[in-house]
Structure formats: C-alpha cells, structure tokens
Design a protein around this ligand. Structure first.
Ligand code: MN
Length: 242
C-alpha cells in the first residue's frame, strides 16, 4: 500500500460564529464537507458526512463502498429535524478522495458533490479535479459568465447539488492514477472564494513544506484575505519515487 503523508487545517473565519465545515484525514480516506442549513444544522450535516466516510477506514475501500456511505449520509442529513420533528432542511457538500489498491495498482477515487473542490499539484502545476455543482458554474459553462465574474457574482453560493438537499444524490466520481510526487488539496469554498488559483498554486506548490504546514498556510492565507466563511483544507502527498 502506498504510504501517504497528510495534513489538515480548519478555521471558523472572521465572520461566522460556528464552523460548519468538517474534515477527515485518515488513510485511505480524505474528505472535506461544508454544511448548510438553519438552526446550526450545517455543522451536524457536515459531521454526518464525515462520520459515514470515517466508518470505511480500516476496511477495503471501493467506489461502491463510498457510494453507500454517501447514500447513508444523504438519508441522515435529509432526516435531520428539530425537537418538534420539523425537518431542518440541512445539506452538505462533500469532496473526498480514497486510495484504492486493486491488485497492487494504486489509484485515486475522487468524489464530489457541491462546491468543495479537489486540486492536484504536480510539477509546479495546479489542476482542478472536480467541477463545482453551482449556479455560477452552470452560467460559466453556458458562456454567460467568466470565471472571474463568477467569483464576485451575488448567487455564487447557490448550489445545484448537495448531500441531503437534492432530489436525489448525484455525486461525481472519477478514478485517476496515483503518481509519485503529486499532492492533492481538498478544500471548502471558504478557501477558494478568498484565494485565486494563482495564490493557491503558490502556497500549495511549495514542495519543501510538509502537508500539515501547507494546509495551515492555505487556511491562514484565506482568513487573512477576509475569512468571510469557514475555511478548511486537507493536503495529501504521495511520496516521490526512489
Ligand atoms: Mn463554505
């Protein structure tokens, strides 16, 4: 099994009173989740997502197991209710990667639902591996907005898919090869709304810094840049070959 090195950092930010983000960094599963919903339901929703994924740690992980965990989280988040039995209307994003090790060939399973993201950094280049499920991303895809306009658009927080909040759960899933020396960065929108890809590449591309130092530097930079939302980053390094 490939030995991964990882780091994790989160911050409530400068505006919110509650941190509704949750994170998981327990090989072979890594995830961030960004909860939403009234009556402080968001933190419970993101915690449910992480709890269902954490249950996979220590067992053989495959796409079907991840799918079942997210379906279980979807049902639990949907059913979250207050003391009088009223549904809270909570939801959560999820961006997760799991190291699969089929017949000795490692690969990444990348899963995402909502606007939390997974990036890959390799050879000094930053690549976004996930596509946001958001209204502004659809407008960008349709040529109605530029990526820069999307970052400032008033509806930029409106999601088109989320765990527990869509008519049915539709996470994106992709399997990618594991490459020695690469780094994956999982983050919530509180990070990407404050730091553009250039700044992200600069901070995440520092190969001399440990994954923990990079996770902390990313979160600190987002808080310094405004911290308008909760900020969470998980960083996973695949050791270089040899
Ligand atoms: Mn957020």
């Amino acid at each position: 099994m490939t030995t991964l090195v990882h780091g994790c950092a989160t911050h409530v930010g400068r505006v919110r009173r509650v941190n509704e983000d949750s994170a998981l960094a327990e090989p072979p599963v890594f995830a961030v989740a960004d909860g939403m919903g009234g009556h402080a339901a968001g933190d419970v929703a993101s915690a449910v997502v992480v709890e269902e994924l954490r249950a996979l740690v220590g067992r053989p992980v495959d796409a079907a197991a991840i799918g079942r965990a997210l379906q279980a989280a979807d049902r639990r988040v949907r059913d979250l209710s207050d003391d009088s039995g009223r549904r809270l209307g909570a939801g959560s994003t999820v961006a997760a990667v799991a190291l699969l090790d089929r017949e000795g060939t490692p690969s990444w399973l990348v899963v995402a639902c909502g606007d939390s993201r997974v990036y890959r950094v390799a050879g000094g280049r930053l690549t976004q591996l996930t596509v946001d499920h958001s209204l502004v991303q659809e407008m960008v895809d349709d040529g109605l907005l530029t990526a820069a306009e999307a970052r400032r658009h008033p509806a930029r927080h409106v999601l088109t898919r989320a765990v527990g909040a869509s008519s049915r759960l539709e996470p994106d899933q992709v399997v990618l090869p594991v490459t020695p020396g690469e780094r994956l960065v999982l983050c919530t929108d509180g990070l990407t709304n404050e730091l553009d890809d250039g700044r992200l590449a600069e901070l995440a591309g520092d190969g001399s810094a440990s994954p923990q130092a990079v996770a902390e530097a990313l979160v600190e930079a987002a808080v310094d840049a405004g911290g308008h939302d909760n900020v969470t980053a998980v960083v996973v390094d695949v050791p270089a070959a040899g």
